[in-house]
Every structure is written in structure tokens, then in C-alpha cells.
Design a protein around this ligand. Structure first.
Ligand code: FES
Ligand code: FE2
Length: 393
């Protein structure tokens, strides 16, 4: 079913390529300029988007075996993701129930129990408090009531979503709006984690806009890769999540093939964004790989940071392949840091000087338009209505 959807999109991209057309939305759209720097707006985005929406915080490949874990900070919340003895993923606030110490240092690892660095209370990967140091001295408490605080989580298609609000009843599957079935076609659950690196950027939406935009490719990226792809995108959406394809007459060579015969590298090419803060760029060839860009607001409205997580279908097992992979990581860091984010950081300085009151998204930038409309809609939606927002996709 989802493979058929991928083929259908590829056929549309082929048709547009042949006709010299692209999917355009109806109108040019204005985004008020203060949305990119206003402190109140930025606080609301952190509270109502990052703290309420499911966030794709990890790939299965980062914690593939029972006992593996990942600890990280996400939008100001310290999170611990574990894989329990039964192989299930769980997520917790990375906080000891005694007096609140961070239980596990940030990073990935393997541990069958977690002992707090402050007074050695010990927890299982299921989040249960299993031992209290000098328990007789401490006094009696109901241990069952002092496990780690669990966060809603879902592992799907080799990716792991976590909602940072422990009380959230937002259905993560529903939020995914069927998009996970398309992501499933990558086969990430059997891929390997290879590398992670961090890049500092401008306001998170200034940065994210760039991932929804092919318009800039042959211009801003003319010296790196941009002239190979063209400046046109076709946008395909599931709920708030958007895939970027492009008009491509070159797909003609697969035209007569059945759905099963289309090569998977061609079908998953392009950019896959996951609302509100993920972009997956796919690289084909023999050693298939993806760069998952994971954006978070920084310490001020004008800053953000991005974790670039690299997954590969096969572990590079020769020096030559390892070197090639490293060159790819370095190249993509260069492109994002020196081209996209350097432009974004300089752009950011222009926004609050009073020169203009809005920025524009063209009829060819429907992905960006849709993203900003979803941000507005979520900010306006009270907690109790969040599930309804995703009902209709
Ligand atoms: S804060 Fe963790 S044991 Fe005291
Ligand atoms: Fe770019």
C-alpha cells in the first residue's frame, strides 16, 4: 500500500518533469516577521509545540538491543530512552525521584540498571526504583510510587517518538497521520547508527524553513551540490508532515515497471520532514544512508541547534568505505553550517530592525506555507482538542 503511494508520487514527479510543471499552491503567503524573534511567541512555541507534540528523538539503531539507552536534552527536558529486557522502548524524564538529580549522563550506552550519581538510588530500564542506598537509615517509603516518570513514546518504522508532557493523551499514531507507513519503506529498523554531530543555527523556524525549500538549491548551494537538483519541489503531505519530491523527467526509465520493480532508492529519494523539527535527507547508491536533522530551539529566540544523525543500511567495513562515510558527514556539516545556517544567522539579524513587517512564501513554496499554518493551528489548540487536530490529517 505505501509502496504504491511512493510509486504514485514518483509518477506525478515524472509527469511534472515531462510537462515542465510543478505543484503550486494558490497564493503567495505572508508570515509576520516577528514570529521569528518575538520572545513571547518563541516561549509559546516551546511550550505548545515542543512540549506537546511527539518529537522523533531517536532512531531504533541508536538503541537496538535490550539494555541499550539514549539520554539527551530535548527542548529543555532531560530525557532517558531505554530498551527494556523485553525489547520494548520506554521513555522517562531523566530525573531521580529522590531529589531530582540527572540519573544518566547524556549519550548512548548499555546498562541493565541505572544508579543515581548523587546518593545511589537504583532504577531498572523499566523505570522501577529497585534499590535505596542505606535504606534502613533513610526510612520507609512506598518504592512503587517513586519510579521514574514515564513519558508517552512510540517506536515505529525504526524511529522513536517521545512526547515531553508526561500527562499528554495525544495519540502518537494519530499524530503521524499514516506518514510512518511511508517512512517504513526505508527499512530503518535494520539500519545502523553511524555518527552524530551538532550544528548551531538561527531561530528554529528560520533553520527549518530551509529544509522545506528547494527554491534555494541552485543558488545558495551552487558550489556544493545545488545545481544537480533544480529549484523546484513537489510537496506531498500527511497531516503536518511533508515529503519533498521534484519534477523529474529522468524517472522515465522506470515508467513501464511494476510497483515492485521501481528501485527503492529512487522511491525514497528527496527530503522527508517530520513535524515539527525533523528532516531526513536520503542518499542512494550502493551504501544507502540518511542524514536525520533534528532541530531544537536554542537558549534565545535567535538561536537553535541541530543534531545531524547518520544512519547507514550497511556498516562501512573497509577503510575506503569508512573514509567515504566520514567525507560525507564532513561535507554535510559544511553545507548546513557554512551555507544554510550562515545565511540564516545573517538573515536573522535583519528581521527585527523594522525594515519590513512580513516575509513571503511563494506559490512554489507550499511546504513552508503548510508548516507555518500548522504551527499557528497548534498554538491555538487547547490540550483537550489536540487529538481532533490530527483526526482529519
Ligand atoms: S538525588 Fe538521586 S539518589 Fe539522591
Ligand atoms: Fe539548503
Amino acid at each position: 500500500m505505501s509502496r504504491a503511494q511512493l510509486v504514485e508520487m514518483a509518477r506525478k514527479d515524472l509527469e511534472h518533469g515531462r510537462n515542465g510543471t510543478l505543484d503550486q499552491v494558490d497564493d503567495v503567503y505572508q508570515v509576520p516577521i516577528e514570529y521569528y524573534y518575538d520572545a513571547e511567541r518563541w516561549e509559546a512555541e516551546k511550550a505548545k509545540i515542543f512540549r506537546r507534540m511527539p518529537l522523533m528523538l531517536a532512531a531504533t539503531a541508536e538503541l537496538p538491543e535490550a539494555g541499550d539507552y539514549k539520554a539527551m536534552e530535548a527542548a529543555g527536558v532531560q530525557v532517558l530512552i531505554t530498551r527494556t529486557r523485553s525489547g520494548e522502548v520506554k521513555a522517562f524524564v531523566n530525573m531521580c525521584s529522590h531529589r531530582g538529580a540527572r540519573l544518566v549522563d547524556n549519550g548512548c550506552g548499555t546498562a541493565h540498571k541505572f544508579t543515581c550519581p548523587y546518593h545511589a538510588w537504583t532504577y531498572s530500564p523499566d523505570g522501577d526504583l529497585v534499590a535505596i542506598y542505606s535504606e534502613d537509615d533513610f526510612g520507609e517509603i512506598e518504592k512503587r510510587a517513586y519510579g521514574l516518570t514515564e513519558l508517552p513514546s512510540l517506536e515505529k518504522s525504526g524511529l522513536i517518538w517521545v512526547t515531553l508532557d508526561p500527562k499528554s493523551d495525544l495519540d502518537i499514531s494519530r499524530f503521524l497521520s499514516g506518514y510512518d507507513e511511508l517512512l517504513d519503506q526505508f527499512g530503518f529498523k535494520d539500519w545502523h547508527f553511524q555518527h552524530m554531530q551538532r550544528v548551531e543555527g538561527p531561530n528554529w523556524k528560520v533553520a527549518y524553513d530551509g529544509y522545506l525549500d528547494y527554491y534555494h538549491l541552485p543558488i545558495l548551494h551552487r558550489n556544493s551540490f545545488g545545481t544537480e537538483i533544480g529549484n523546484q519541489a513537489n510537496y506531498y503531505s500527511w497531516g503536518p508532515h511533508t515529503h519533498l519530491g521534484r519534477p523529474d523527467a529522468g524517472l522515465e526509465e522506470f515508467e513501464g515497471k511494476t510497483d515492485e520493480e521501481w528501485p527503492i532508492t529512487t522511491l525514497v529519494a528527496g527530503v522527508w520532514t517530520i513535524f515539527p523539527h525533523i528532516s531526513i535527507a536520503s542518499f542512494g547508491g550502493g551504501g544507502r544512508s540518511v542524514m536525520i536533522s533534528q532541530l531544537f530551539p536554542g537558549d534565545t529566540p535567535e538561536t537553535s541547534y541541530t543534531n545531524q544523525i547518520f544512519l547507514m543500511e550497511k556498516v562501512p567495513d573497509t577503510d575506503e568505505l569508512k573514509q567515504e562515510a566520514q567525507q560525507q558527514f564532513d561535507f554535510l556539516k559544511f553545507v548546513v553550517q557554512e551555507e544554510d545556517y550562515a545565511t540564516g544567522i545573517a538573515l536573522q539579524k535583519n528581521l527585527d530592525v523594522g525594515a519590513r513587517n512580513h516575509v513571503l512564501f511563494g506559490r512554489n513554496e507550499g511546504g513552508g506555507q503548510r508548516f507555518h499554518k500548522w504551527v499557528d493551528a497548534i498554538l491555538e489548540t487547547p490540550d483537550e482538542d489536540l487529538n481532533k487536530l490530527f483526526q482529519t490529517g
